[in-house]
Design a protein around this ligand. Structure first.
Ligand code: SF4
Length: 467
């Protein structure tokens, strides 16, 4: 299969779950707003009601618009799972919004996940060969059918365990049943999943920033390869993978996660600030001021300023009410978004030599517009420093930045990219420095170095295997 055919539905999403929490759907509604940066195109909550039924509401749109007071009243109960989603293809199918409510001879359950399975085609073929029909292209529905496929002893937990043995790729999943809430994370630990406490009850979220928003406290991360069962008796942990690998997604630290989140013990803000220090060490630029591309460039720009002694100034102002360009799937929306969302601060910029820090360059069109904005505002020199290595390989683990031929660093040299975007100089963080910022922890950095932690099941063309 060629790279370009992979963009069916790959998602960077956020999950939340609560067990034993009064008005669980209301807590989910607040928590999901703290995870909204992970997906803005659709959201859903499935709640287990006092009458023993799982009720589900999901729709396209932002959490605050979808979950009105009257909708929340229709979702009673003290246990729920919730999800925010962003489709990475131009067509975001309504049928793919999560959670999914499933039903079989053992009863109802609901499932939601974050990540992308690399062997979903194989698993779909398996289910289809058994006569299972799919109503969506979501890996969550696939996961639900795999869980329901288990007909032996051991109840729903045995179904989850047997499903995990078939999965390959990135997944952080939550499953709500009448008896318990389950949370589990792939053996690589690609994406974050954390456990918190709200009073005597438990909550689970893609990022720790969601806990503070509902007054919960962080307890610990769900470990790679762990299934956590939460029921009326408390927590029960077991492992479905004896062998685990520490492959945290580098882009979570660089771009996706909120800076006030902590992933597997590492502060996202500190990571980003450290990349700024290292950028200065590797690429000292003579300049009058350092500025950032809002918002994911802020911490690295502060780090660059701190290490260099060059003052940090707010050179670009963001209109908070326009969505992130990377989140919006269609190119024409991205083009419009850049003009609508950033304003240069002319009084700060005019006549100055500026180092602009950004988190990454994916297609290059946004960087080009930003450099033009700064020049039009009177900047004397514009130097662009990127707090990550060149992004040259597609991701198959749930963060879709387009196909390989859309990635500018896959096609052009650094000097060619500099010319394309029109900067006076262009600098990238080295791969070694990325590891240093991570404190030596294991990272998946496949989009920078092509070192994919899993089998790709033929998703790359032959020449691409030599990345
Ligand atoms: S390939 Fe890149 S974006 Fe995908 S999981 Fe790995 S580091 Fe993250």
């Amino acid at each position: 299969m060629d790279c370009s055919s992979l963009s069916e539905i790959h998602e960077e999403c956020g999950v939340f779950a609560a067990f034993g929490v009064g008005n669980a759907a209301r807590a989910a509604c607040i928590a999901l707003q703290h995870l909204q940066h992970r997906g803005q195109q659709g959201c859903g909550i499935a709640a287990y009601g006092p009458d023993g039924k799982i009720r589900l509401h999901k729709e396209p749109g932002l959490v605050r618009n979808v979950f009105t007071d009257s909708i929340l009243k229709e979702l009673p109960g003290d246990s729920c799972i919730g999800h925010v989603r962003y489709p990475t293809t131009d067509v975001g199918g309504r049928e793919n919004i999560q959670p999914f409510r499933m039903s079989d001879a053992k009863g109802e359950f609901a499932v939601a996940h974050n990540g992308n399975l690399v062997n979903s085609d194989e698993l779909k073929s398996l289910l289809e060969s058994e006569g299972q029909l799919m109503v969506s292209t979501s890996d969550s529905e696939l996961l639900g059918h795999l869980i329901g496929r288990h007909h032996g002893q051991g109840g729903r937990e045995a179904g989850i365990l047997s499903a995990t043995l078939l999965l390959d790729g990135a997944y952080c999943a939550v499953v709500l049943t009448p008896e318990a809430l389950y949370a589990f994370r792939d053996p690589y630990g690609f994406h974050p999943l954390s456990l918190g406490a709200l009073g005597d009850s438990y909550v689970v979220a893609s990022e720790t920033c969601a806990f503070r928003g509902i007054g919960a406290r962080f307890l610990r991360d769900i470990a790679p390869g762990e299934i956590l069962r939460i029921d009326r008796e408390g927590l029960h942990s077991s492992r479905f993978a004896q062998e685990t690998k520490d492959r945290s997604c580098a882009m979570e630290f660089i771009y996706f996660a909120r800076p006030d989140s902590v992933i597997d013990g590492q502060s996202v803000y500190s990571f980003r600030k450290k990349t700024g220090h290292l950028l200065w060490r590797e690429h000292p630029v003579e300049a009058d001021l350092v500025t950032a591309v809002p918002e994911s460039g802020y911490a690295a720009a502060l780090g660059y300023s701190e290490a260099s002694g060059i003052p940090y100034e707010m050179g670009l102002l963001k209109n908070m009410y326009v969505a992130r360009t990377f989140i919006q799937p269609a190119q024409h929306m991205r083009d419009l978004g850049v003009r609508m969302k950033l304003s240069p601060m002319e009084g700060v910029i005019a006549g100055k030599r500026i180092v602009v820090i950004d988190d990454s360059i994916v297609r290059g069109t946004t960087s080009r517009k930003i450099v033009t904005l700064l020049r039009d505002a009177g900047a004397k020199e514009v130097h662009l420093a990127i707090a990550s290595p060149p992004y040259s390989c597609p991701c198959f683990y749930g963060i879709d930045t387009g196909t390989r031929d859309q990635l500018i660093a896959a096609r052009l040299s650094v000097e060619e990219i500099r010319r394309f975007i029109g900067a006076d100089s262009l600098h990238y963080l080295s791969r070694q420095a990325l590891s240093e910022a991570a404190g030596g922890r294991g990272l998946c950095a496949a989009c920078f170095d092509g070192d994919y932690p899993t089998d790709l099941y033929g998703h790359l063309q032959e020449p691409d295997k030599n990345l």
